[in-house]
Ligand binder design. Structure first.
Ligand code: 1PR
Length: 524
């Protein structure tokens, strides 16, 4: 039996799924007494350091937690739960941490994108039972903007490089905590959890740890999901967003099954986009919730879900906030949510009034679940113009002339799955969304979607220059070489594709084999 400390702020389902997969039963903490009685305690931390400490205080869990930590019983903390063990955090300077270990939590100050999102390596500093079966050169999944500066050298279990060298795991007696997410780190992560659960395993140091660790470029499989005309939920795929072929919605497979296949093939992340959610409220019959629940049982890499995340009032006058919709997704196994149409409307309003309200879906969800949990999905389309000052939007000089020989273009944002163009450009959208608290940009391109013609490098460079958060390049991948091209010619942190994977033209493994040795990637 594992006791799980869930303070209600994020995706603990994946941790539970991981532990259950390893044959354990999981009992959530209801009160401090449960912690007092616990034999093994797992504490997955998500969201904001200050909010977490405040909830722990309100629930009177600080004292039981500290006395558990000092009792020498097994403890595994994840992400913000690692940070909680220290004295304080720059994320909430007025809030005290548990102070179990000396040191502070600091924000990354680097030219690299922040949050640090993706698969990075680790350098083992001491033997541990969690390393059993690991070679040392594996990559693990990180997602955070703050890192631990541990002042007790003997407690540092692993360190990782990202602009600086930071403590990525600690071990002190039976207390282990990691900045990375084992429950999201595929088979390697499950192995680490399994090693923690079995206290009889020998403490070892892995053989092949790197001198310097490097963040991998991520390869993401995207599943556009909707109901077809028969009412079945299917994975579909459009050509420039048109998903119908001879009148019928293209059916390329079942969402859960395809997600599992891509996980097995080595996808670094899976994204589900509920592409008709702008007209059907996502909590009405909740098909995507079920997809997430089932997928997260067997898929141990990050899951993003998008579509319909906005405020909504149903026929009976019941109001749902975007935060409620997102919360339901997080509870069901999502690690990140993606906001499309609503982000465009929010940014238009911010630009019109000159200020943010603090109440938009982006701001509210980022406040509760952390910036890293909020992805903005952009659906832009090229608009050619005669000259750079023809419109008030940022215009780029393009190598791909327009139909009338134009050498300039801007990227118009659309909503409702590309059906409606707006007077807003993708560069401004991305920049303002970052200011509002978004943690990542999923940059689609209607012109390239489904064309197999390669990514729109000019679009990606224009948006990437405007933001410091990670950018996922999307739309147009038609070969493994297109992935190399996008990583060589832009600074995108990840590349996403759909059609070539669904049609089995180029499997994920082939993309990774092709990139191996040329681009830093995660090998499975
Ligand atoms: O606006 O918040 O409800 O979110 C709806 C979401 O659904 C948005 O993220 C939007 O991008 C997506 N969406 C809406 N309609 C479509 C459509 O195709 N008709 N799909 C759609 C967007 C783009 C990518 C695609 C890449 C890669 N699809 O998801 O996977 O272009 O494709 P490729 O590799 O085959 O070229 P909201």
């Amino acid at each position: 039996m594992i006791t799980l400390l869930d303070y209600g702020a994020g995706n603990v389902r994946s941790v539970i799924n991981g532990l259950e997969r390893l044959g354990e039963s999981v009992q959530p903490v209801q009160s401090g007494d449960d912690i007092d009685r616990a034999e093994r305690l797992v504490f997955p931390g998500v969201g904001n350091f200050g909010a977490m400490m405040q909830i722990l205080r309100e629930k009177n869990l600080i004292e039981p937690l500290l006395s558990y930590l000092h009792s020498g019983r097994p403890f595994f903390g994840i992400c913000v739960a690692l940070q909680a063990l220290f004295e304080s955090s720059e994320e909430a300077p007025d809030v005290e941490g548990l102070g179990f270990l000396p040191g502070r939590v600091k924000r990354f100050t680097t030219d690299l994108a922040v949050p640090h999102i993706g698969w990075n390596g680790y350098k083992a500093r001491q033997p541990s039972r969690i390393f059993n079966g690991l070679a040392g050169d594996e990559k693990l999944y990180f997602v955070h903007s703050y890192y631990v500066d541990c002042q007790d050298a003997d407690a540092i279990l692993t360190s990782t490089d990202y602009g600086c060298e930071f403590t990525s795991a600690i071990q002190k007696g039976n207390i282990i905590a990691t900045q990375f997410h084992p429950e999201k780190s595929g088979q390697v992560g499950l192995k680490i959890l399994e090693n923690f659960l079995d206290q009889s395993r020998e403490a070892i140091k892995p053989q092949h740890c790197p001198q310097t660790t490097r963040l991998a470029k991520r390869i993401i499989a995207c599943l556009d999901v909707r109901s077809n005309d028969q009412g079945d939920l299917v994975v579909t795929k459009g050509d420039q967003y048109d998903v119908r072929e001879q009148g019928a919605v293209r059916n390329l497979g079942k969402p859960v099954q395809l997600a599992e296949e891509y996980y097995d093939q080595g996808a670094d992340e899976i994204t589900f986009l509920n592409i008709t959610a702008f007209r059907d409220f996502p909590l009405q019959d909740m098909p995507m919730i079920e997809v997430l629940r089932k997928t997260s049982k067997n898929v141990f890499v990050p899951l993003t879900i998008g579509g319909g995340i906005r405020d909504f009032t149903d026929r009976n006058g019941r109001h749902y906030s975007a935060l409620e919709v997102a919360s339901e997704y997080f509870r069901s196994g999502a690690d990140k949510i993606s906001i499309g149409s609503d982000a465009v409307l929010i940014v238009e309003e911010v630009l019109r009034t000159g200020k943010a309200t603090g109440l938009s879906s982006i701001e509210q969800i980022a406040r509760v679940y952390g910036n890293q949990a909020v992805v903005i999905s952009v659906d832009p389309r090229r608009v050619y113009v005669e000259s750079p000052d023809a419109v008030s939007h940022p215009v780029i000089k393009t190598e791909l002339p327009g139909p009338n020989g134009e050498h300039y273009c801007w990227y118009q944002c659309t909503i409702k799955g590309g059906r409606e163009g707006r007077d807003l450009d993708a560069v401004t959208l991305a920049r303002v969304c970052e200011e509002l608290g978004a943690g990542e940009i999923l940059l689609n391109c209607i012109d390239r979607d489904g064309t197999n013609a390669g990514f729109d490098l000019e679009l990606i460079n224009a948006v990437k220059k405007a933001v410091t958060i990670p950018v996922i390049a999307s739309s147009g991948a038609g070969s493994a070489a297109h992935f190399l091209e996008v990583f060589a010619e832009t600074e995108a942190e990840a590349a996403l594709a759909a059609g070539i994977f669904h049609r089995k033209e180029v499997p994920i493994g082939e993309v990774k084999d092709f990139l191996s040795g040329r681009v830093e990637i995660r090998k499975v």
